[in-house]
Design a protein. Structure first.
Length: 227
């Protein structure tokens, strides 16, 4: 365990929710410079209470953000070697407020300051929903209502929302060709959320051999349909 790395993550990471939790879990295995972590995906999944599939997706998001590095098969017995990217020269408070100088591998580029009044119309997309922003047809906008529907349905059915999103993203290229109303990822997932959840449940029960063809479903049970 490295208190320095975990403190650095708490103070400087831009991630929230499950992404932040996973980065902290990896940091728990790292040396003080952020390197040398090689927990298995299974171990990480148990720590953060997620499926291994969800952990794989979140690792990709962390790497894309520049806060995590992965050297494939570079660890003991060919496992992946992780490193928490710590900005060189950044100070962090550790133990009673004492400042410790952190030496890192690769700096994290600072985000520009944005006036809150200028940013109020672009709500932050939660970590679990970010894979949807990589799909063809995605457009920036306010997806708050769709997000609430998706989260509400997954919570009601007791299914991990990140797993449902991962399954939906896998099907998106085919589904978009089959269903003429599948124009935007957030709307398509929200409209078919119950069927997407059923797909995840069936895959869990049959090791991924069962396929359900999505059809349109209303928002009524979990929220109003976005306009």
């Amino acid at each position: 365990m490295s208190i320095k790395v975990m403190t650095y993550i708490w103070e400087h990471s831009k991630h929230k929710g499950s992404g932040l939790l996973l980065l902290l879990a990896i940091g728990d295995h790292a040396h003080d410079d952020g390197t040398g972590a090689y927990p298995s995906v299974k171990t990480l999944a148990e720590k953060v209470r997620m499926s291994e599939r969800s952990v794989h997706y979140l690792i990709k998001r962390l790497v894309a953000s520049g806060e995590l590095g992965v050297d494939s098969a570079a660890g003991p017995k060919g496992c992946n070697l992780f490193r928490v990217q710590m900005a060189e020269g950044v100070q962090t408070s550790v133990g009673g407020g004492a400042n410790q100088r952190m030496q890192g591998v690769q700096p994290i580029a600072p985000e520009p300051s944005i006036e809150p009044s200028l940013n109020r119309h672009t709500p932050v997309v939660p970590d679990w929903a970010k894979p949807l922003t990589d799909l063809a047809g995605y457009k920036d906008g306010n997806h708050t209502k769709a997000i609430k529907v998706i989260e509400g349905a997954c919570e009601y059915r007791g299914v991990e929302v990140a797993t449902v999103v991962a399954t939906f993203c896998d099907y998106w290229p085919i589904g978009r060709l089959k269903h003429s109303r599948w124009k935007a990822p957030f709307m398509a997932l929200a409209n078919t959320i119950e069927i997407q959840i059923d797909k995840v449940r069936q895959k869990e029960q049959s090791n991924g051999t069962t396929q359900v063809i999505p059809t349109e479903r209303p928002f009524a049970k979990y929220g109003r349909s976005p306009q």
